[in-house]
Ligand binder design. Structure first.
Ligand code: ZN
Length: 148
């Protein structure tokens, strides 16, 4: 039952993508590609002090990747960089280890938990978050929580 709801939510995000537009005055614009599946995206971000004020994307790819982009931009918009780093780590654990986070709320992105059983699709789900990592390399306030 929950799986059905999650599947519907993923398909819905893939079809009606949130924050799907070109952000013309974006501080950060980054092209990113998932070579395993051919998914591509452009990530647009505006960051003020330690806050992501705007997040948008354009791209093409499989449903998992596009849903994940839609969910990720929804999740990080308006959040502090410190909290974004925590969400990012929690999402990677959800996908790679199948761990449902109890401390943080991944919002709709939780619906991608089923990807854990599909290792070939890990990169599809993680693509927007990896793009975000790359985008943050030049933002000094972003915590280095991800280097393990
Ligand atoms: Zn894909």
């Amino acid at each position: 039952m929950l799986q059905d709801l999650y599947r519907k939510l993923v398909m819905e995000h893939a079809k009606y993508r949130r924050n799907y537009y070109k952000l013309d005055d974006a501080l950060i614009k980054l092209h990113y590609k998932n070579p395993t599946c051919g998914d591509i995206m452009t990530l647009y971000l505006n960051v003020e002090n330690d806050l992501i004020t705007q997040a948008a994307f354009e791209g093409e790819g499989c449903s998992i990747s596009m849903a994940s982009c839609s969910m990720m931009t929804e999740l990080v918009k308006g959040k502090r960089l410190e909290d974004v780093a925590i969400l990012r780590a929690a999402f990677e654990r959800l996908i790679r280890d199948g761990v449902i986070p109890t401390e943080v709320d991944l919002g709709d992105a939780l619906a991608l938990e089923g990807v854990h059983k599909l290792p070939a699709r890990y990169n599809c789900a993680l693509m927007p978050w990896q793009a975000l990592d790359k985008a943050m390399l030049n933002i000094s306030q972003y915590p280095k929580l991800l280097e393990e």
